[in-house]
Ligand binder design. Structure first.
Ligand code: C2E
Ligand code: MG
Ligand code: MG
Ligand code: MG
Length: 272
């Protein structure tokens, strides 16, 4: 019986990995400076009412153009910032900017417009988060009810007790709470009932093949009906083409977000 060749070292020094890790650390050293210098900015993507096309909300999405590495997508660095313990600074900065920008956006799109900000699990673990968030909102003469905090399933599940307690406080203060990327993580359906939610964002992976496979259609419909039956605003994420938009049109009260209705835009470059 031939066993595995155990002369193979378990950890291999790979210069490419070492280089990558070094680059990650360099990136993290630049985060706070980038927030100040203008290398980071927010873009806003609409969420629309699918039936009448009206914009009900804008989600703030962070952008970073690094002087040396160029564009760095949030998926590439946000998880690092969480690991390095600096996501909290980022989140408060995003909330502050989004509150400021909500004034021109609301003037243009209506006062009941909600501004959505992504929040990480690490933020929810921070005991002062609700106070800091409340103070920022007040400083901009807004109500918590004007702001939607988007939290991913994974964030809620990594420390459900803390997440539930913080979300309860934030919800009591009036913040709207959205469950982001629903269906992409590893929560059980029962967990949905444990959190005080206002909005359910159905992950765009649910849309793959939805027009071609009856089974996928049924799953998509079940996910949307689950949200509606829990009295949540349901947002379908990642709608890119008209065929899917038309299919979604048959469901009343549904909201959507995706390139079909609008890509994230820079408020400072375009006249919105
Ligand atoms: P998310 O919160 O689920 O945001 C939606 C992502 O999907 C955005 O990517 C958006 O640009 C993209 N998207 C929107 N419509 C479409 C579409 O029709 N098709 C496709 N393929 N993609 C679409 P982005 O901006 O790269 O952000 C990725 C993720 O990074 C976000 O996912 C969120 O989890 C995180 N993120 C972004 N900004 C922030 C932030 O300010 N703070 C935190 N903590 N996380 C952020
Ligand atoms: Mg989001
Ligand atoms: Mg999402
Ligand atoms: Mg996502």
């Amino acid at each position: 019986f031939a066993s595995r060749d155990d002369s193979t070292p378990l950890v291999v020094y790979d210069p490419a990995i070492a280089e990558w890790q070094y680059r990650q650390q360099l990136l993290m050293l630049d985060v706070e400076e980038a927030l100040k210098s203008g290398d980071m900015w927010l873009e806003y993507q609409p969420k629309v009412n699918i039936r009448d096309g009206r914009t009900v909300s804008f989600e703030a999405l962070i952008r970073w153009r690094h002087p040396e590495f160029g564009r760095v997508a949030p998926d590439q660095w946000i998880p690092l910032a969480e690991e390095f313990g600096i996501i909290h600074t980022v989140t408060l900065w995003v909330l502050d900017r989004a509150c400021r920008d909500s004034h021109p956006l609301r003037a243009k799109h209506g006062q009941d417009l909600s501004i959505a900000v992504n929040v990480s699990a690490k933020d929810l673990a921070h005991s002062l988060f609700h106070e800091e968030a409340g103070a920022i909102v007040r400083r901009h003469k807004l109500e918590p009810a004007n702001i939607t905090l988007e939290i991913t399933e994974t964030a809620m599940m990594s420390d459900p007790e803390t997440a539930r307690a913080t979300l309860h406080t934030l919800s009591t203060m009036g913040f709207r709470i959205a469950l982001d990327d629903f269906g992409s993580g590893h929560s059980s359906l029962g967990a949905l009932a444990q959190f005080e939610l206002d909005e359910l964002k159905i992950d765009r992976s649910f849309l793959e093949g939805v027009l071609d496979y009856p089974a996928r259609q049924k799953i998509m419909i079940a996910a949307m009906e689950l949200g509606t039956s829990l009295d949540l605003d349901v947002v379908v994420e990642g709608v890119e083409d008209e065929a899917i938009a038309l299919w979604l049109h048959q469901f009343p009260g549904l909201h959507g977000q995706g390139y079909y209705w609008g890509r994230p835009f820079n408020l400072r470059l375009r006249n919105h």
